[in-house]
Design a protein around this ligand. Structure first.
Ligand code: GCO
Ligand code: MG
Length: 402
């Protein structure tokens, strides 16, 4: 079998998605997600100008060699743009392999290690009361694990909480909006949120929280300690991860489990965090960490150190990545949990898929390959629209991590 053509589709059914389609001489095609929220067109250009011309004529079964060719062969390596482009190629090729062999991708990754993939939902509210109600709504929908975020008194807006009644979507159309931040107000408020949730729902529901890289190590240590009575499943991205040794300080102060890695691209971003056992969950995703070929290596390395996976699954990761995450999560041994932020109805229509949610778990389905497609004529009705993630400033105007 030979690769004959590859095309990039950019569409915006509710939000922007970049999709790679690789075609072969025997009529089978594969799909890969290449979306990088707020920087989509950089990946489009990387793919069309630099990657696609090198793919034509290659054997799509050679996933390892093609991965190395694109990674080592570029000389310039790593980074989100490069790794999202490589991921899109890699995932498309695994989709082709599955279709050609008439088997779901999970069978190529080791077969089923479990019956279903435990997922967590997003609950939020502008007040503690609204957030508690939203946790209840998700428990009623059948979720066994819920991430909770709430507005912080004194701050006009914050990460994870929609403005008004629309569904939460981190990127906004137009130029970046700006929000204001105070770690002190947040640190005072957040333990109260989890106290109220535990009072309302008891200990059975798994609770998660995303700090979205906003704290210093010592602030995160304080939050971790304050949250200990509420037994979180994890505290996510407590600190920016460039300085990995920051996690050592945090780790030495709290038993609240730590998850990080949604912005990581390779094992080299997480190597120390994993081998020093400073984290409990690694959140790198199929799309931002080089596809199945590289993510499998990260997961296997993490398994040696008792670190489990908790792959990123926000709506900016397309249904193709959701399908890929479910094949991956059902197959690998050290799976922890998978994020599930349901896509809009428009997105689901553009990307028909075999995966489904039932009673707290998701299932990839048994279709050959990934079990996800793209309706190109419907996609063409939703042209790309420039959108950015917000910018965050402290109360005095200093730019800080969003
Ligand atoms: C999460 C993430 C997202 C990111 C988004 C950025 O845990 O789901 O933090 O909400 O902010 O994916 O594009
Ligand atoms: Mg996050």
């Amino acid at each position: 079998m030979k690769i004959t053509n590859a095309l990039v589709n950019v569409c915006s059914p509710g939000r922007n998605f970049v999709t790679l389609k690789i075609e072969t001489d025997d009529g089978i095609y594969g799909l890969g997600d290449a979306t990088l929220n707020g920087r989509e067109m950089a990946v489009v250009s990387y793919l069309t100008e630099h990657v696609i011309p090198c793919l034509i004529g290659r054997d799509p079964f050679q996933t390892e060699d093609i991965w190395q060719y694109l990674y080592r062969g570029a000389y310039w390596r790593r980074g989100p743009v490069t790794m999202a482009a490589i991921a899109a190629v890699d995932v498309s090729l695994w989709d082709i392999k599955g279709k050609a062999l008439r088997t779901p991708v999970y069978n190529l990754l080791g077969g089923k290690s479990r019956e279903g993939v435990l997922v967590y939902a997003h609950a939020h509210g502008s007040t503690v009361e609204e957030a508690v109600d939203d946790v209840g709504r998700h428990v009623e929908l059948g979720y066994l694990a819920v991430r909770a975020q709430s507005g912080v008194p004194g701050l006009e807006s914050t990460y994870g909480v929609p403005k008004g009644t629309q569904a939460y979507e981190p990127a906004e159309r137009g130029l970046p909006s700006e929000s204001r931040w105070s770690s002190e107000l947040y640190l005072r408020h957040t333990p109260r949120l989890f106290q109220k949730i535990r009072e309302a729902f008891g200990e059975d529901v798994h609770l998660l929280h995303d700090c979205h890289h906003r704290l210093t190590p010592i602030e995160a240590a304080r939050l971790g300690k304050d949250l200990e009575p509420f037994h979180l499943f994890w505290m996510e991205d407590p600190i920016p991860a460039e300085l990995q040794v920051g996690f050592k300080l945090l780790r030495e102060h709290t038993t609240t489990p730590i998850a990080t890695g949604e912005v990581f691209n390779t094992i080299w971003d997480a190597h120390d965090l994993i081998r020093r056992q400073w984290i409990d969950y690694i959140r790198t995703s199929v799309v931002h960490a080089g596809g199945f070929t590289h993510l499998k290596k990260i997961a296997d390395f993490a398994a040696i150190y008792n670190v489990r996976t908790g792959c990123h699954g926000a709506t900016d990761l397309s249904p193709i990545t959701m399908a890929a995450a479910l094949h991956f999560g059902i197959a690998i041994h050290n799976f922890g949990i998978q994020e599930h932020m349901p896509h809009s109805a428009e997105t689901d229509e553009v990307f028909p898929h075999a995966y489904r949610f039932d009673a707290g778990y998701m299932y990839p389905g048994d279709a050959p390959g990934l079990g996800v497609d793209i309706d190109e004529s419907l996609a063409s009705k939703y042209p790309y629209q420039r959108a950015y993630l917000p910018i965050n400033r402290k109360l005095d105007g200093t730019l800080t991590d969003w």
